[in-house]
Ligand binder design. Structure first.
Ligand code: KG4
Ligand code: ZN
Length: 365
């Protein structure tokens, strides 16, 4: 089965061709194209939805065309068109959804509507075409399996996540813990009560005058930071539930920045390091707690913040004493992309007619 997938929920315009055989437990990427308006938005320090949607209108047709061309398949080989219904910005979502509907009508293909959040989680089932011919996984200690995209490792055998799984979804708009008993039973068990982890990184990045988006900028300058110079709160770290809150952390950093008036380069690095440590400690503690409570076999990460090297390292170091498999997509599949939308669709081949779907900015679990 071959799926053309389209993703336009935020500022990226993505199209991909993915392929899955019925007996296989993974999804191959045949092509994955992304156009981003990030350079425009790094000038404004955040995404302006109208500008993002206008850029996406320009990008969408060339991006879909390139995805088909790169995959070396032809239109008649496409079995279905998957598209992100939500959540996201309405103008951006409309560009993807209306394009997918038009192509489905023109080419007489069914549509598979996809929740963007589940797409992030399903990035853990993706493999690259050339890798999947020779399925391998890195030799690692602690029984931990890594994505085959991590080319810094030596691979031997490949394994996809084993159910039940706990997924930590950490993106710019969401921080959620999700229990997957199988591909059909997917249950939200907790999430942020206010800011998402990525949002906290972005807002704190802005307070520190770092380039947008704040997450990668804070990760970069943290390398030079002293971890003991500042300590910020670990909000809700001891709470009994699986919820998060990051707005208090942002307020604590804002107070510190105000006190310092004009923080030096070193102080910015120190604050960044302390911010990153706070966010990561809470994320790791709650995820491991959820995994233990639900007695899962695998822990999965997904979403832009999962590209953070320190988060991955910290999660791995915790898991080395516990018996969970750990899966995290390579960085370029953690941030928004269309292949992950195709991955979810390939396991949920629930076909819909083009005129039965509508973009839904509020879509949740
Ligand atoms: O998943 P994503 O690409 O878009 C949404 O669906 O929101 O996530 C974007 C978020 C931004 O908040 C960005 O700052 C954060 O992911 N992010 C990171 C890193 N790379 C991206 N946060 C921390 N460390 C990173 N390396
Ligand atoms: Zn996303």
């Amino acid at each position: 089965m071959k799926i053309l997938s389209v993703e336009t929920s935020c500022d990226e315009t993505g199209a991909a061709i993915v392929s899955k055989n019925p007996h296989e437990n993974y999804v191959k990427i045949l092509s994955n194209v992304i156009a981003s308006s990030l350079t425009l938005h790094s000038k404004t320090g955040g995404i302006i939805p109208d500008i993002a949607a206008r850029e996406q209108l320009n990008f969408i047709i060339p991006v879909v065309g390139k995805a088909i061309k790169d995959s070396k398949i032809v239109i008649k080989d496409i079995d279905a068109i998957a598209v992100t219904l939500g959540p996201g910005f309405i103008g951006s979502l409309l560009v993807g959804v209306e394009t997918a509907k038009t192509l489905a009508y023109l080419w007489n293909k069914p549509i598979i509507p996809v929740n963007h959040l589940l797409g992030h989680i399903y990035a853990n089932w993706l493999v690259q075409e050339e890798v999947s011919k020779d399925l391998r996984v890195p030799k690692v200690s602690n029984g931990e399996l890594k994505s085959p995209f991590d080319t810094s490792d030596t691979f031997d055998t490949f394994s996809t996540p084993k159910f039940p799984c706990i997924a930590l979804l950490v993106s710019g708009g969401h921080t959620d813990l999700v229990l997957l008993k199988n591909h059909k039973q997917i249950q939200w068990i907790g999430g942020t009560l206010d800011d998402a982890a990525g949002e906290a990184f972005d807002k704190i990045g802005r307070l520190l005058n770092l380039p947008y988006p704040g997450g990668p900028s804070i990760e970069k300058v943290s390398e030079r930071g002293d971890p003991n110079r500042f300590t910020f709160p670990r909000p809700m770290i001891g709470s009994k539930d699986f919820n998060f809150s990051f707005s208090g952390l942002k307020a604590a950093v804002a107070r510190e920045v105000l006190k310092l008036k004009n923080p030096s380069k070193q102080q910015v690095a120190d604050i960044s390091r302390a911010t990153q440590n706070s966010i990561i400690e809470v994320l790791v503690r709650k995820t491991v707690k959820a995994a233990k409570k639900h007695n899962v076999k695998s822990i999965l990460l997904g979403g832009g913040v999962a590209a953070n090297q320190k988060l991955k390292e910290e999660m791995r170091s915790q898991l080395s004493i516990l018996n969970f498999q750990f899966h995290v997509p390579p960085a370029h599949l953690c941030t928004d992309n269309a292949a992950m939308i195709g991955a979810y669709a390939a396991f949920h081949y629930e076909k819909t007619q083009w005129n039965e779907i509508t973009a839904n900015p509020q879509l949740y679990f």
